[in-house]
Each structure stands twice: as structure tokens, then as C-alpha cells.
Ligand binder design. Structure first.
Ligand code: PXG
Length: 461
């Protein structure tokens, strides 16, 4: 180590990051250089992060769409501490389990729509979606229809980074050179009216996008299709909010061909859309639901697959075990933190507040941006939102196909100590559900100034 570098300094941490750490989703050539380098986050409180240089940063993304209760919640830390002293680990394999594991399963069954009464745990959204793939195939096998093996998903979908969850996903850069998607994974158009709707009204397009699923089912043969998976609102794909016509039609099609409907609620779950689950916002009752992120507000890793009576009763029939599980399935400390997290979510009335107060406030403030020359569309639901940056509003055309406008705007926000994410040319919002309306104002005001700067930069090119 370079002797001149002080132990607890930014320089030292950046140096270690460059020399020994491979960050997720990073271009190492750019990041791992002297000019590049990571910002080091050392502490956080409420909706604010603090970096190692003492900068205070407003987090418009709740970490990675997960810190729903905000940072610095002592109640969550305390429940982890107490559970660690009581029982830091035990597994749920081989006829054992722990109290927080089953208490949380009951709580999730109570919150989940319909008869999604059973939880299978993992530690990440990716794992829970992998579990879905294996569980669905196990189910159809037991149901005497082993030919039902195909999954249908959407372009732009994000379902995780493991081989199966990235196959479910619809992001080309995550697939091509990695030999993905695996066999049996198929993709159709997402309900993204702004890019794919053309002359159709959003409602007409919503129906058409749902019918693309039916066409795919008929192309593959309904007897080969196991399940359709979708996020109620697609998050990492750019906050793609479907027209209201979309989900009921998807549900109708899945019912018609006896195809399981899986809702990936990893981002939408636990109040993000102003309902407890995105499925409830769109009036659908999936057969399975995957949960992660907001389940613990990101304080500890935890995920769950919720399963309905139809599937659970089949899994419980005689005819072999479900050979699947993780060391940390139902981890008692993560489950204890989740229980406290969900109690706080309810006690602080955050779902109603998102639906009736903060969500409408964000929408109102974002709507003020539609006059900006760079803004083609704003869309929001609860506390998840996107602002599309365009070159030509009428033609809905972008500055380029590399997301340059989004990147420039994101950097201007970052320089103003505001964290928003750019997905292609959409600036996306997903703040903690505890955010104050004055902090929402700060985010939107900061974005407006950043839009002005971005336009100047683009005009200079
Ligand atoms: N499903 C959805 C809908 C997600 O958003 C996952 C599954 C996977 O969860 P894990 O816990 O395995 O990461 C996610 C994760 C981004 C970004 O760039 C989004 C996610 C993860 C990393 C980056 O917006 N979402």
C-alpha cells in the first residue's frame, strides 16, 4: 500500500476499490482508472447519504429501489441485534425452522392478495425468480403436464442477474455474450406506449401488447407454456407504466390457456405504487409473486416467492421432494428485520401516504416539467416515476440510441448532490416512502436545473 495514503481517507478507499474490487454492472475500463473511481458512501440518515468527503446527497432512488423506510432506522437495527443474540442462524431444511421465519410467512400471507398463502424464501430477487423457474417446472411435472416448460416475459424486463433470472429478463446486454437466454425463455413487446405505441391510444396499445402474449402462446403451443412473468410496473427497464387495459387482459389470456401468472413485485411490492402490491394497483391475482428489496427496506438481504393454494397443494401431494433451497432460506435475522419493517410500514401509514399525499405531490411537481423542451413525457404511480428526455416531442425521437441525454442529465443531478438514475433516456425516481414533500420539491427542482444544463450540453455537441 502507498504509505502516503491516509488510512481512513477517500483516496485510500478509492485506491482499494480500483485495486481489489469488481463492482456490479460496471465498465471497469472507465471506473478502474485514476480519472474514474467510485464515490464512497459512508453514512446515511432519512433520505440523505453522506460521502467520505462530507457531501450530503439526497437519494431519489432509495438505494437501488429498496430503502423504503429510509436510512438510520434504529428499530430495524435493534431487531437485528436482538435476533442475532437470540439465534443468529439456523436453517429451515430437514424438518426445522425458526420463529421469525414462520411469523413472517404468516404476515406475508396476510398482506398478499388472493390466496397467496405460502412463502418460499431466498436472499435476493434473482434467487426468488430462479426459484419460480424451478418451482413452476416442478409444479407442471406433478400436475402431469411436463411439457409445459416455456416461460414468456417481456423485452426491457429485469428479473435478476443469475442465469435463469437473466433469461427471464429482456435486456440484450445481459444475454448475448453470456449464452442467454437459456432454452425455454421467450420475450414479447412490453407495454411501453411511448416507444412502441405509435398512433394507437395508450389503452388500445395496452390491449395490443397483452395480445402479443397470446400470439406467442399460440406460436409455441399452449401445451408447452408454463408461465408468464412480469413486473406490474417495469422498474429497471425505465419505469414502464402500463395502460390500465394491459393487466386485466394479461390475466384473461393466462386463465384462458391455463398458464401461470407470476408477478415480480421486487420493486413494486410494499407500497411503492401506492398499494401494498402492484398487483393490487392493477386488479390482478397472480398465482405466484416474488418479493425482495422493500421487504426489509434493504437493511438485510431477503426475498420470498409467494405461492397460491393451487400450486402449494400440488407441491404438497405425494410424488417426490422439491429439491431446491438456499443456506439462507428463511434466515431468522433477515426475517426478524422484515417483521419490524412491515410493522413500521403499517404504523406509519406509508402506503396510504404514498397513494394520497407524496405520490400525488410528486406527480404534480413532475407535470410542471412537461413544458421543458427536453421532456417528452412524465409518468408516475405512487413513488415511482420517469421523465423521458427527447429531441423532438412530436416525433418522440431521442438524441441518439445510446442514452447520452440521460447520462448527461444524471451526471448534472449527481453534481448537484441528487441521486436519480438514467435508464436509456428516462430519468427515473424511486425515493424512500418516508420522503418529505419538501424533499420531493428539492429533487424536482434539481432535475429542472439539470435539464437546462443538459440541453445546453446537447446543443453544444
Ligand atoms: N426483479 C426486479 C423487478 C428487480 O428490480 C430483481 C428482480 C433482482 O433482485 P436482486 O436482489 O437479485 O438484485 C430486481 C433488481 C437498476 C437495478 O439498475 C435494479 C435492480 C438490481 C440492480 C440494479 O435499476 N433490480
Amino acid at each position: 500500500m502507498n504509505e502516503n495514503i491516509n488510512r481512513n481517507s477517500t483516496a485510500r478507499w478509492r485506491d482499494l476499490d480500483i485495486r481489489h474490487h469488481l463492482n456490479p454492472f460496471s465498465d471497469y475500463k472507465t471506473l478502474k482508472s485514476e480519472e474514474g473511481g467510485s464515490r464512497i458512501i459512508v453514512r446515511a440518515e432519512g433520505a440523505h447519504l453522506y460521502d467520505s468527503e462530507g457531501q450530503k446527497i439526497l437519494d431519489g432512488m432509495a438505494g437501488l429501489w429498496c430503502v423504503n423506510l429510509g436510512y438510520g432506522r434504529e428499530e430495524l437495527a435493534r431487531s437485528a441485534y436482538e435476533q442475532m443474540l437470540e439465534l443468529p442462524y439456523y436453517n429451515s431444511f430437514f424438518k426445522t425452522t425458526t420463529p421469525p421465519t414462520v411469523e413472517l410467512a404468516e404476515k406475508l400471507a396476510e398482506l398478499a392478495p388472493g390466496d397467496l398463502n405460502y412463502a418460499f424464501y431466498g436472499s435476493s430477487g434473482s434467487e426468488s425468480n430462479d426459484t419460480v423457474v424451478r418451482m413452476v417446472r416442478f409444479y407442471w411435472n406433478k400436475a402431469g403436464k411436463p411439457g409445459k416448460r416455456n416461460f414468456i416475459s417481456r423485452t426491457h424486463a429485469y428479473h435478476g442477474s443469475t442465469m435463469a433470472s437473466a433469461s427471464l429478463g429482456g435486456m440484450k446486454p445481459m444475454q448475448q455474450i453470456y449464452g442467454l437466454p437459456l432454452e425455454g425463455f421467450h420475450h414479447v413487446v412490453p407495454p411501453y406506449w411511448y416507444d412502441f405505441g405509435g398512433e394507437l391510444s395508450p389503452e388500445e396499445f395496452g390491449l395490443q401488447a397483452a395480445q402479443a402474449i397470446e400470439e406467442k402462446i399460440l406460436e409455441l403451443g399452449p401445451e408447452t407454456v408454463a408461465a408468464f412473468i412480469g413486473e406490474p410496473i417495469m422498474g429497471a427497464g425505465g419505469v414502464l407504466i402500463p395502460p390500465d387495459s394491459y393487466w386485466p387482459e394479461v390475466q384473461r389470456i393466462c386463465n384462458k390457456y391455463d398458464i401461470l401468472l407470476v408477478a415480480d413485485e421486487v420493486i413494486c411490492g410494499f407500497g411503492r405504487t401506492g398499494e401494498m402490491f402492484g398487483s393490487q394497483r392493477y386488479g390482478i391475482t397472480p398465482d405466484m409473486m416474488t418479493l425482495a428489496k422493500g421487504i426489509t427496506s434493504g437493511y438485510l438481504p431477503l426475498s420470498a416467492v409467494m405461492v397460491n393454494e393451487r400450486i402449494a397443494s400440488k407441491l404438497r401431494e405425494e410424488g417426490g421432494e422439491f429439491a431446491h433451497g438456499y443456506t439462507y432460506s428463511g434466515h431468522p435475522v433477515s426475517c426478524a428485520v422484515a417483521l419490524t419493517n412491515l410493522a413500521l410500514l403499517e404504523n406509519e401509514d406509508l402506503v396510504r401516504r404514498t397513494r394520497e399525499e407524496t405520490g400525488p405531490h410528486l406527480r404534480g411537481r413532475l407535470n410542471e416539467l412537461v413544458d421543458h423542451p427536453l421532456v417528452g413525457e412524465v409518468r408516475s404511480e405512487g413513488l415511482i416515476a420517469a421523465v423521458e428526455l427527447v429531441r423532438d416531442k412530436q416525433a418522440r425521437s431521442r438524441w441518439d440510441d445510446k442514452g447520452t441525454a440521460g447520462q448527461i442529465c444524471r451526471d448534472h443531478c449527481f453534481a448537484r448532490n441528487i441521486i436519480l438514475r438514467a435508464v436509456r433516456d428516462a430519468m427515473v425516481f424511486s425515493p424512500p416512502l418516508t420522503i418529505e414533500t419538501s424533499q420531493i420539491d428539492e429533487l424536482v427542482d434539481g432535475l429542472r436545473v439539470s435539464l437546462d444544463r443538459t440541453l445546453e450540453d446537447l446543443a453544444r455537441r
